[in-house]
Design a protein around this ligand. Sequence first.
Ligand SMILES: C[S@@+](CC[C@H](N)C(=O)[O-])C[C@H]1O[C@@H](n2cnc3c(N)ncnc32)[C@H](O)[C@@H]1O
Length: 236
Amino acid sequence: MWRISVLTIFPEVFPGPLAASLAGKALAAGAWSLDVVDIRTFATDKHRTVDDTPAGGGPGMVMKADVLGRAIDATATDERPRLLLSPRGVPLTQARVETLAGGPGAVLLCGRFEGIDERVIAARGLEEVSIGDYVLSGGEIAAMVLIDACVRLIPGVMGAAASGEEESFADGLLEYPHYTRPQNWEGRSIPDVLLSGDHGRIAAWRRAEAERLTRERRPDLWAAFLQRVRAGSRTE
Ligand SMILES: C[S@@+](CC[C@H](N)C(=O)[O-])C[C@H]1O[C@@H](n2cnc3c(N)ncnc32)[C@H](O)[C@@H]1O
């Protein structure tokens, strides 16, 4: 079973949105498991202190190495990757999500305040992962993003398995546009090709739209896509 352990000082926010829809049904059915660990229970003083002032001065507070070390040691007792949600981390991509979803699960550490004592990262082999170039107030929502993206790839979780294969990023392109009934809405029609019943033309239109959207919106993805296409045609 795919197993997630989340270390947080706000255990009450889980499972939150992860209890809804397909991820929630899969959780209830035992297709994946969620173990939420309250970091405060590893504090030893009577106030359950998890943070202290930054060495060298400056604003905010830093999560303490001794408390986090104990929390990680009690939780990460197997071979699952240990990830620290962090804006300094390697950006999360669909490729990384696929790798994580295909593995045993993960242990996720949610930072708060200014972040965690740097020594914990090396001492406990944490890999820093970012969900984007912006700063959240804590790692909990970032952890939920990562979990949600992974859980929907676990076999049997998504309704139609094929819908994952054509999604954005699956082959390095953004997804083509979708339409459904009514055929005309506020003077706007569904493109004729999608009503033609010609599967070859529909596939070609979708591919062209996926390429157009990627080229227009994500020059970074488009450049990487072209590079792969060129490399592929060189090796053929
Ligand atoms: C206020 S942030 C700390 C930001 C830190 N002082 C910095 O400038 O890099 C508190 C916590 O939120 C989480 N967090 C914030 N932004 C994130 C992001 N883009 N991706 C993943 N986690 C994030 C991390 O766990 C972080 O330790």
